[in-house]
Design a binder for this molecule. Structure first.
Ligand code: AMP
Ligand code: GLY
Length: 426
């Protein structure tokens, strides 16, 4: 088979690494890819948002299966275009990907179908949104409706702070039309966990629990990022809680989408918060998480390709997923300054020394090649991902590997996985 992967981050490198192990696969292309991905795939110079370019490439190369990493292409309708052309593609169509593309849509769907989530109201008018603040308890959370690269959510402690963010989103339009609507919602306290599931719209196969670390600094301080690291499994998510998340969140949302004539196929990512009243949904994403996918795919024993194919062909009920009975930790190395401004172009050393370690993979994210050398080219640069018998061992292996890697201004959190050690099972 020939596979095309769309995207260029650590998530796509992990997908390429896993897919390359399948005996079913002869050739992998990745658009646009990165130097790490280039070790297992042929990178082609087509941007992830260029749907027509990707489609024409897939037709010309007779691609058997396309896998889409980032949300933009999904929300813009890449899956519909490929399906209209009778090409296999993994991911939800445009009507289903709206579950990530519009927070107002997702919240309204959850309310209608009794899926546990924070209480909320949607506003299209700035004055009315501000008036609503006078009746709210603080802290509360303000969210731009559309895609905002993970920057459109504000936890506000005071009405003044909330008013300032409403102005930014709705008046100054800092996120463009993504701020035409806002969601104002109740603040929830608890640990955050990601539960992803693969579904063809009928069968739902939940993946093991995983915890991202969104804040840039240790102890969850500082601004949110795309994700500074992840670990799996999450001790807090007992087997019973995992089952209850499947029953009360994953199954209802997939059925709800079907009833709304928005059949969902692909991977659904539930961003959850485990409150004292049980798990509640913060958001749904229409794609694999990053860095969640790095740890999950390291733990996956089964071949990923039959899973992807069965999802695209609606035959997932015939498939089971096996997992390695171990833990995984991914520590993201970033450029100094991320998630704000940062410099690029620094040479990365030590990558070859990691290749000898069989329990560690370094997934490239923001890297590129210059004069035959791998250099930094983004905020999140590398995802150093390790397996171990348990979280402490995986953690030790990941941080051990990091000591061998360096580039100017390299930064990483020192506490990825530490929360697993303090969690009490609920
Ligand atoms: P979202 O994109 O909706 O997942 O929000 C991004 C981040 O904002 C989450 O990972 C949480 O840390 C925080 N957040 C979002 N909604 C809430 C909420 N209702 N209560 C507390 N924190 C929240
Ligand atoms: N790690 C967060 C995300 O993929 O959205």
């Amino acid at each position: 088979m020939k596979i095309l992967i769309v995207g260029s981050g650590g998530r796509e490198h992990a997908l390429a690494w896993k897919i390359a192990q399948s005996p079913m696969v002869k050739k992998i292309f990745c658009a646009p890819g990165n130097p790490g991905i280039a070790e297992v795939a042929e990178c082609v110079d087509i941007e992830a948002e260029n749907i027509d370019g990707l489609y024409n490439f897939a037709v010309k190369q007779k691609i058997d299966m396309t896998v889409v990493g980032p949300e933009d292409a999904l929300i813009a309708g890449i899956v519909d275009k490929f399906k209209d052309g009778h090409l296999n593609i993994f991911g939800p169509g445009k009507r289903a990907a709206i579950i990530e593309g519009s927070k107002a849509f997702a919240k309204t769907l959850m309310r209608k179908h009794d899926i546990p989530t924070a209480d909320f109201k949607v506003f299209e008018d700035l004055k009315q949104a501000k008036k609503h603040l006078t009746a709210c308890e603080f802290p509360l959370v303000i969210k731009a409706d559309g895609l905002a690269r993970g920057k459109g959510v504000f936890v506000c402690k005071t009405p003044e702070e909330a008013g300032k963010h409403l102005d930014g989103i709705m008046k100054e339009k800092i996120f463009g039309c993504a701020g035409d609507k806002v969601v104002i919602e109740e603040f929830l306290a608890g640990e955050e966990v990601s539960i992803l599931a693969i579904t063809d719209g009928n069968t739902i196969l939940p993946l093991p629990s995983v915890q991202d670390h969104k804040a840039v600094y240790d102890s969850d301080k500082g601004p949110n990022t795309g994700g500074m690291g992840a670990y799996s499994p999450v001790p807090l998510i007992t087997e019973d809680m995992h089952l209850s998340i499947e029953e009360n969140i994953l199954v209802p949302v997939i059925h709800a989408m079907k009833r709304e004539n928005r059949t969902y196929r692909g991977v659904i990512y539930a961003g959850l918060i485990i409150t004292s009243a049980g798990p509640k949904v913060l958001e749904f994403n229409a794609r694999f998480g990053d860095p969640e996918t790095q740890v999950l795919l390291m733990r996956m024993k089964s071949d990923l390709v039959p899973l992807l194919l069965s999802t695209a062909k609606n035959t997932l009920e015939e498939v089971e997923i096996e997992w390695h009975d171990c833990a995984s930790v991914c520590v993201v190395m970033t450029s100094k300054g991320y998630p704000d401004a940062y410099e690029k172009g620094f040479s990365i050393s030590g990558l070859d020394s990691i290749k000898a370690l069989d329990n560690v993979q370094v997934f490239h994210a923001g890297t590129s090649m210059k004069d035959g050398k791998v250099i930094t080219n983004g905020g999140r640069v590398l995802g150093v991902t390790a397996l171990g018998k348990n979280i402490p061992e995986a953690q030790k292996a990941a941080y051990g590997a990091i000591q061998k890697l360096s580039f100017e201004g390299a930064y990483y959190r020192r506490d990825i996985g530490a929360k697993a050690m303090h969690q009490k099972k609920k």
